[in-house]
Design a protein around this ligand. Sequence first.
Ligand SMILES: [Zn+2]
Ligand SMILES: [Zn+2]
Length: 169
Amino acid sequence: MKTKLNAELAKHARLPESVCKRLLYARAKMGWINVKEEYETVSLRAEKNVKCKGCGKRLKRSKTFSQTLNPFNKKDGRLKTRQEIYEELSKESTAWHLVKEYCKECKTNGNVEKNVSSKTITVCDKCLQASCWQGIFMCDKADIAGTVEKTIDELKALNLENPCYWESA
Ligand SMILES: [Zn+2]
Ligand SMILES: [Zn+2]
């Protein structure tokens, strides 16, 4: 698989990098190249024991944060190191720990605090910023990025951009 991808890269070596990326990802999406399986994944599993914010029932929640060491996962123009990825995942995990949790019953009964902080905002899944997804300040991975939902509490803890971008989302 790796040689296939390298061959693809070589074939498009004369094209601008952004065009290359788009071609590869378009192919990956169609299943011609499985980009995801190629690369080492750095992941961080987080767990928390919290009380339901609605009824106080004990809850156990877990979530895994991950990124791959792929050629497009860059920071300041060079590949991110495992350590850098780990630090980013830790930030996401810290933010997730602050999210209010509700049990199933409270969710079905609507016994959920109707405040803005439990509302989720769509952000770029590469840089975790709403301004990028909205096309205001696009990160260098915007052309291959997808989206992810984050609560305002998580975004506040991440502190990556001005909160004004979450209002229009
Ligand atoms: Zn509850
Ligand atoms: Zn972005």
